[in-house]
Write a protein that binds this ligand. Structure first.
Ligand SMILES: Nc1ncnc2c1ncn2[C@@H]1O[C@H](COP(=O)(O)OP(=O)(O)OP(=O)(O)O)[C@@H](O)[C@H]1O
Length: 261
């Protein structure tokens, strides 16, 4: 794709053009990324370690600043947003992390409720002054992720799979327009990994939003993704349906072939 293509219309969930990121000058990690997200469902981003998958998601939610390019989200250029505008846009981006990023000393329900903090005034947030509606929604979400009976336990008493369920509930609590998940299954056993992907699929479908998921497990990606983006050395080398990915694509993405059995 070319960075001269027009940005998608305002019905697009996300439109990225010419996205570049250098951590050190002259050493680009993302070398001009272009894609549109126009439908709900899981989009799996695959590629070898160090190719820039996390950097891409971190640019999208502005945990880091892109070096160049445009990130069109909610009809605004997220790459240039600052201050209140950036905070408001970030509220609409739910983020799920590999290591969960929960507040360990808080209870499970308190962790889910932190998904609303971005919508509250500083005073309300400081007082943890959540509305009854938010509290009800948090309990409903905990029920949906199968953790209703754990609501009042401390987050650090849960297993990895349970923590990731809390992480997903917290992200959905934001009422996001998109979900970003950075290797959400990498620290989990295979069965739990499937359950986590099922939850991402469920919320993506229920809330009618896309979920961009960085994932190392190609088989798992193929099972759940509607679309796969293959990255290699900071560029996109495959963008299409899971059934379109061939061994040749995988060789191009990961290099070599001895691992392809
Ligand atoms: N904060 C940073 N400062 C400098 N370099 C960084 C920083 N974060 C990442 N990098 C470098 O950018 C490159 C891409 O890293 P990134 O984490 O985006 O890759 P990845 O594809 O997500 O890898 P993995 O699958 O192992 O998580 C790597 O070479 C990494 O060392």
């Amino acid at each position: 794709m070319s960075s001269t293509q027009p940005l998608a219309n305002k019905d697009s969930y996300l439109a990225i053009r010419g996205l570049q990121k250098e951590y050190t000058a002259g050493n680009p990690i993302l070398k001009g990324i272009d894609f549109d997200i126009t439908e709900p469902g899981i989009v799996a981003i695959i590629g070898p370690s160090g190719t820039g998958k996390s950097t891409l998601l971190r640019c999208i939610n502005r945990l880091i600043d892109p070096t160049a390019g445009e990130i069109r989200f909610d009809d605004q250029d997220l790459s240039q947003a600052k201050g209140q505008q950036l905070r408001a846009l970030r509220c609409k981006i739910g983020m799920v992390f590999q290591e969960y990023n929960l507040v360990e000393r808080l209870t499970v329900i308190e962790n889910v409720l932190t998904g609303r903090l971005g919508y509250m005034s500083a005073w309300q947030a400081w007082r943890r002054n959540f509305s009854q509606q938010d509290i009800n929604t948090a309990f409903e979400l905990l029920n949906s992720v199968g953790l209703a009976e754990h609501a009042n336990k401390r987050a650090d008493s849960l297993s990895g799979g349970q923590r990731q369920r809390v992480g997903i509930a917290r992200a959905v609590m934001q009422n996001p327009r998109i979900l970003l998940a950075d290797e959400p299954t990498s620290s989990l056993d295979p069965k739990t990994a499937v359950e986590i992907m099922e939850l991402l699929e469920l919320f993506s479908s229920e809330k009618d939003i896309p979920a961009l998921v960085n994932i190392h497990d190609v088989k798992l990606a193929r099972r759940f993704a509607k679309r796969m983006i293959g990255m290699s050395e900071g560029v996109i080398v495959y963008d299409g349906p899971p059934e379109g990915i061939t061994d040749d694509h995988l060789k191009q993405i990961y290099g070599g072939e001895s691992w392809l059995v």
